[in-house]
Ligand binder design. Structure first.
Ligand code: PMP
Length: 459
């Protein structure tokens, strides 16, 4: 149980002992962290009694919404029955068997096998090891290099951070590791120049082909990308991009990997982002929405081709103490079943998703310094720009975004700034009335933001 302390006491203890992820510790501790004490539906509550609309579903993960009563009950029962056992040495347990069976039902055709992890980063690292093992077993031991993208995000472990294209992460700790290279992201607004989005999609896919030829197809193991780049700013690629990437990977005999950690489990209205863009990867990584954040768990899905090859290789020397943890597996099972059987994913596809996308465009397109208003299902964004007519971005990409994000925060609405992209991904249970409420608050914040831009002489 949590001790009942005052906000000040929590802040002081937090500052004294807790190192936060992706945080400038000194500057946080001067301010003090916001203390979140409970949550229900799409709302968070802090220790000061504020009710905050969570337009980010935590870190893009609480797909089913906060405060479900059934998931803790499942966790309790599983803990009482079998709190832990491993799946290493010729052992399994009902919770992991049931989850694997259910996942094979919701996965796209051809994906009947999963490998469990505890997070998105571990899913990505597992995938890197699988891809290299796949080519080893095939007898092509030189096929080791993975191609990722600049501004892609694949986690924070050494493998994941290397594969991701966040240079500010590479700068800390001598990344990327060898055997990982990057190509430019398919961001039409910035890189598309005078091309149509469709033309640009093909041009961006060609960068991948050029990289394959530069490295040598006999050395390239896989291309990896998020169907929609999430932390990079919800970069939605043109419709031509993924099918062309698929064609290129097939042409050069390279595995295609989708990182579905954000797009998976209904975020886009489809179960997985690959289904929106019409491509079929060989492997895809997941976490987040798999348990809606109620337990830490991730899963790597492999198609029959990869599963058969890995199996032919005998031992795959990889795994985690908590791979397929019984409590996490039981909770994930109940979560995925509810996302399906309560029609939550269907509603995003047919009702709330289209509604959000229509209203999001109506509300934000009218602002003078907002452009490229975009999104699919319940993942959306817009970009703050200096000049719409010339597509000029602000200098110091990110500074203005943070200023805008802070105005949302002050008004008890959580949206995130990724550079100068303002992004949102609320719980999938958000209703149309709640969407209206969220956008009404957001619009007021944007009026305030544009006022401040002028007052500070930034435009
Ligand atoms: N891949 C993608 C696409 C992600 O968005 C994230 C997290 N935002 C990760 C991997 C890493 O997941 P985790 O933080 O659970 O390790």
């Amino acid at each position: 149980m949590q001790n009942q302390r005052t906000t000040t006491e929590w802040r002081e203890l937090d500052a004294a002992h807790h190192l936060h992820p992706f945080t400038d510790t000194n500057s946080l501790n001067q301010q003090g962290a916001r203390v979140i004490t409970k949550a229900e539906g799409i709302y968070l509550y802090d220790s000061e009694g504020n009710k905050i609309l969570d337009g980010m579903a935590g870190l893009w993960c609480v797909n089913i919404g906060y405060g479900r009563k059934d998931l803790p009950e499942v966790a309790k029962q599983q803990m009482e029955q079998l709190a832990y056992y491993n799946t290493f040495f010729k052992t399994t347990h009902p919770a992991v068997v049931e989850l694997s069976h259910l996942l094979s039902e919701v996965a796209p055709e051809g994906f009947k096998h999963v490998f469990y992890t505890n997070s998105g980063s571990e899913s990505v690292d597992t995938m890197i090891r699988m891809v290299r093992r796949y080519w080893d077993v095939k007898g092509k031991k030189d096929k080791k290099t993975l191609i990722g993208r600049w501004n892609g995000y694949h986690g924070s472990t050494i493998g994941g951070a290397s594969l991701g294209g966040m240079t500010y992460m590479h700068e800390q700790g001598d990344l990327p590791i060898p055997g990982i290279v990057h190509v430019e992201q398919p961001w039409w607004y910035k890189h598309g120049k005078d091309m149509t989005p469709e033309e640009f999609g093909l041009a961006a896919a060609k960068w991948v082909e050029d990289k394959i030829l530069e490295v040598g197809a006999d050395k390239v193991a896989a291309f990896v990308g998020e169907p929609i780049q999430g932390a990079g700013g919800v970069i939605v690629p043109p419709s031509t991009y993924w099918p062309e990437i698929q064609r290129i990977c097939q042409k050069y005999d390279i595995l295609l990997v989708a990182d579905e950690v954000i797009c998976g489990f209904g975020r886009t209205g489809e179960w997985f982002g690959q289904q929106v863009f019409g491509f079929k990867p060989d492997i895809f990584t997941t976490a987040k929405g798999l348990s809606s954040g109620y337990q830490p768990i991730g899963a790597v899905f492999v198609n029959d081709k990869v599963a058969t090859t890995l199996a032919a290789g005998g031992d795959f020397n990889h795994g985690f103490t908590y791979s397929g943890h019984p409590v996490a597996a039981a909770v994930a099972h109940a979560n995925v079943k509810a996302l399906r059987d309560e029609g939550i994913v269907d509603r995003v596809k047919n009702d709330t998703g289209p509604y959000m996308q229509k209203r999001w465009r109506e509300v934000f397109s009218q602002f003078e310094h907002v452009d490229d208003v975009r999104g699919v299902g319940l993942i959306q964004a817009f970009t703050l720009v200096k000049n719409k007519a010339t597509r000029e971005l602000f200098p110091d990409f990110g500074e203005i975004g943070t200023m805008c994000r802070d105005i949302f925060f002050k008004n008890n609405l959580i949206m995130r700034a990724c550079g100068d992209h303002i992004v949102s991904a609320p719980p999938l249970v958000i209703s149309k009335e709640e969407i209206d409420q969220m956008l009404e608050t957001a619009a007021k914040c944007m009026v305030e933001f544009e006022k401040q831009l002028k007052e500070r002489g930034l435009v």
